[in-house]
Ligand binder design. Structure first.
Ligand SMILES: Cc1ncc(COP(=O)(O)O)c(C=O)c1O
Length: 381
């Protein structure tokens, strides 16, 4: 019904992903997908343009109610419409959260490797960052409970990313309960970036940490968006869910003249996504899971030295290339020799120089070409 194999030429469309490198380089870096947006979303945007005035926008009651219903149905998480704060992005959201509740010199816990803007956020507010590496289990990356407990003796906030970028790890209820209890014991704020929560594979269940218990919700700022799942990140629309009124007020106070109203078309697209595009989302998950499994098979066959745990969510693969000895920067090697634009591991924290992140939110044919180019470059070196 939806054609994820269709190739859409994104050159000269103002795409960040397709503008960085020359035409011979296949870009698989920044986290958006090459797929056409759900027809239901396009239809809603077209319909809105029938009204010729595009003034400042607020979220209408229907969108708030849609989110309330979805969170209850999908995650058994009960919130009310006034607990949602609309934002022009998740990144402003985690920065506002830190600014709202922490003072210069306070420490913030993050788990590395980590999406760069989360790593950078504490520095914007004069905060100290405490990096706690994930540990590598047999099948997946896992939180290091002892190190978390130690860091939380000092940290005033836990900046969580679940599902995790770049590893694609989906936190278990048990791990989340441990993190929540440790934050509770040390009176730490929880900022939970759950932007990837709607693209979970293998029938797994995403658990919003705030849904664990009211006392967890009280100390939590959750950040979500339709942007990653429905491939509309260029519309710059996201939302926070903050159930404690005082915390919500402090969060809104941190706008500081820098975080203004939300994109009108983004609000329209978000409503259409959640209300009308469920079938598209299911099909996208199927296709991405197929891409993930294809990548897993291809890497095992063509580049078995790359260590990789198949992600449990989203469209990012975290590849440990250290055994290939590709020099100081595997990203540079794959750019120069394989004509692939990957994300450099060092962006995700200290000690990840030997890694790259590959975005498989592309057609299967593009992915096949990418792996072939990688393997050929490695063989020819
Ligand atoms: C974990 C995570 N948070 C936030 C963002 C960016 O969100 P936004 O564009 O809404 O600021 C991304 C984009 O890749 C992401 O992966």
């Amino acid at each position: 019904m939806y054609d994820f194999d269709a190739f859409h030429d994104r050159y000269a469309t103002g795409s960040t992903k397709w503008s960085r490198y020359p035409a011979e380089v296949l870009p698989l870096w920044i986290a958006d997908m090459d797929f056409a947006v759900a027809p239901e979303i396009i239809a809603a945007l077209r319909a809105r343009l029938e009204h010729p005035v595009l003034g400042y926008a607020v979220a209408m009651a229907e969108l708030r109610e849609q989110i309330v219903e979805d969170l209850a149905a999908r995650f058994d998480w009960r919130i009310t419409a006034d607990e949602i704060v609309f934002l022009p992005g998740v990144e402003p959201g985690f920065n506002m959260a830190l600014k709202a509740r922490l003072a210069a010199g306070d420490a913030v816990l993050v788990q590395t490797p980590m999406y760069r803007p989360i790593l950078d956020a504490p520095g914007h507010w004069g905060l100290e960052r405490l990096d706690v590496p994930l540990t590598r289990g047999v099948e997946d990356y896992e939180p290091d409970r002892d190190a978390i407990a130690r860091a939380l003796r000092r940290a005033r906030a836990f900046l969580l990313c679940n599902p995790h970028n770049p590893t694609g790890h989906v936190y278990t209820r048990d791990d989340l309960a441990f993190i929540a209890a440790a934050c509770e014991a040390n009176d730490a704020l929880i900022v939970s970036d759950e932007i990837h929560c709607d693209l979970v594979f293998d029938g797994r269940q995403h658990v919003p940490i705030a849904s664990l218990a009211p006392e967890v919700a009280r100390r939590t700022i959750t950040l979500m968006s339709a942007s990653k799942t429905y491939n509309i990140p260029g519309l710059k629309t996201a939302f926070a869910i903050i159930q404690d009124p005082a915390l919500r007020e402090a969060f809104n106070g941190a706008r500081s003249g820098m975080v203004d109203s939300v994109n009108l078309m983004g609000l329209e697209a978000t409503l259409a996504a959640y209300r009308d595009a469920g079938a598209w989302r299911a099909a996208a998950i199927d296709y991405l899971q197929g891409n993930r499994d294809f990548l897993t098979r291809e890497l095992a066959q063509l580049l078995p030295e790359i260590v990789y745990h198949p992600p449990q969510a989203s469209f990012l693969a975290w590849l440990d290339c250290r055994a290939l000895n590709l020099g100081p920067s595997p990203q540079r090697f794959f750019l120069d020799d394989a004509k692939l634009g990957l994300y450099a591991g060092e962006a995700f924290g200290a000690g990840y120089e030997g890694f790259v992140r590959l975005n498989f939110g592309c057609t299967r044919a593009t992915l096949a070409k990418a792996v072939e180019q990688m393997a050929a470059a490695v063989a020819a070196r």
